[in-house]
Every structure is written in structure tokens, then in C-alpha cells.
Design a protein. Structure first.
Length: 265
């Protein structure tokens, strides 16, 4: 027979044993997932058009700088502009467009010069700001540009490094005004780079101890390299997210909250 005192002890003990969790921010994750999907499309378009650039004459290559970028026109087709910003002007060398037929053509009509100048200013400022956090670094970055009439968004994420090494651990986001001169919002994460060599039979874990939820760069990493690894796990301070694949579901995400009592502040 259980006495009331003993029963109370069990009830109190059980209440303290129940895991303490914070609900996974699924809406925020889904927003990042949409942006990461756009990034994958951006990267694919950038690679295809930039490959053509490598075959132009050397005198044209010499006129190009890091101020090249991609954008979608009013027809939703991807464009790539290649040139250099100098002395308040943008020297446009060449512009490509991926047609609806999937072919790539040179575009004769010039894009809005104010857009070219504004985005160029934002690109240069973004690299400068990220460099202040990184210090001297030989890590190659990819830039993702989203131009809108009232603001410009720029993300800098580690590119695929030589010898097919995929890196994570540093990412930078800056939102500029329409002129590309003023930073309206920023998000910087740098905890040192870690990486994995491609291997389809291996699981990889991205560790983000300083983040409560999966950063955008981690979600992009999982989508971009999902064919190169078996499972991609993202572990943050408060949750674990895994991108897996099977023949029935295809690629799918699973999220699990951590017991916050076990987290040491």
C-alpha cells in the first residue's frame, strides 16, 4: 500500500524528471528552407554562366572584378552580369541570360545602371564587414545577391573548397538600403571553419553550439551537398535537425528538441 507521502514523492519526482524543451521554431526553419532553395538555384545559375566567362578574351577578363552577380529579370529568367565598379561607375563587360529553353545567350540590352552601382557598393561593403570578423583567411566564399527596389540582401557562405571539401562555421548576412550604401540589418556567425570531404556513404554533423536554431548556412549546406553525404545532421544548442533520404519519402527533415536542463550555460 502506497502512503500519501510516498505518492507525493513519486509525483514530484516525475514532474522534475520530465524533459524541459523549447518548441522547435518550425516557421523560422521553413523560411530559411525557402531561402536555401533559392540559393541552390542561384548557385547553379551562377556556375553555368561563370563557366562561359572563363572562355572570353584575356583583355575582357582583366576588366572584371568581384562585383559580378546574378539576378532574375521581370520574366523570372536568370541573368548574370560581369564587370567592375570603379570611380563611381560600373564597367559592364558582358551579360548572360539563361533562356526558357535552358540555353544561355548574351544579352545586348544593358540593365539598370543604378542597380549595378548599388549592388556593387553593397558587395564591396559586405566583403569588408565580413573581413573584419574573419581576419586573414584563405577560405573561398560564395556570394548570393537578392536585389529588390527598396533594399539589397547579400549572403556570404563558404564555397566548396579545393579537393571537394565542404566547409561550415562562418556565414554573413547584410541587408542594405536601395542605394547599397547603408547597412539596415546584419547577422554574422563565425565560430571557426570545419569541413568534410565528399563521401556518399558517410553521415556528417554540423555543430552550432552558439546558435539556438539552425542557421541559414547550415540549411543551405544540407541542401547543396545532400547528394554527397548519407545524412546531414545539424546540432544546435537547443535542437537537432536531420536531412535524410529513403526510396519512399525521398529527402525529408526530422527535428528534435533537446532537454534544456542538460544545457550548461
Amino acid at each position: 500500500m502506497i502512503t500519501w507521502n510516498l505518492l507525493a514523492f513519486f509525483l514530484v519526482h516525475m514532474s522534475f524528471s520530465k524533459p524541459v524543451t523549447r518548441a522547435f521554431p518550425i516557421a523560422d526553419f521553413n523560411d530559411k528552407l525557402k531561402t536555401a532553395e533559392w540559393m541552390v538555384a542561384y548557385d547553379s545559375a551562377a556556375w553555368r554562366m561563370s563557366e562561359l566567362v572563363t572562355h572570353v578574351d584575356n583583355d575582357l577578363l582583366a576588366r572584371m572584378g568581384r562585383e559580378w552577380f546574378c539576378f532574375r529579370g521581370a520574366d523570372s529568367l536568370w541573368n548574370g552580369v560581369y564587370g567592375k565598379y570603379k570611380d563611381g561607375k560600373y564597367d559592364l563587360v558582358i551579360q548572360y541570360r539563361i533562356e526558357a529553353s535552358d540555353s544561355i545567350k548574351i544579352v545586348e540590352e544593358k540593365p539598370d545602371s543604378l542597380m549595378l552601382i548599388a549592388v556593387s557598393k553593397a558587395i564591396n561593403t559586405a566583403y569588408t564587414e565580413a573581413g573584419l570578423r574573419l581576419g586573414k583567411s584563405y577560405v573561398r566564399f560564395n556570394k548570393f545577391i537578392r536585389y529588390q527596389p527598396d533594399h539589397i540582401s547579400i549572403w556570404l557562405l563558404p564555397a566548396l573548397q579545393p579537393n571537394e571539401i565542404a566547409l561550415y562555421g562562418g556565414e554573413f548576412y547584410y541587408r542594405f538600403d536601395h542605394a547599397g550604401e547603408k547597412i539596415l540589418e546584419r547577422w554574422e556567425y563565425f565560430q571557426g571553419f570545419k569541413g568534410f570531404r565528399f563521401g556518399k556513404g558517410r553521415d556528417v554533423k554540423l555543430e552550432y553550439e552558439a546558435a539556438a536554431a539552425p542557421p541559414l548556412g547550415a540549411v543551405y549546406f544540407a541542401l547543396q551537398y545532400r547528394d554527397q553525404f548519407k545524412d546531414v545532421k545539424i546540432e544546435t544548442r537547443e535542437s537537432i535537425s536531420v536531412l535524410s533520404f529513403n526510396q519512399v519519402k525521398g529527402y525529408y527533415w526530422e527535428h528534435k528538441e533537446k532537454d534544456l536542463r542538460k544545457i550548461v550555460n
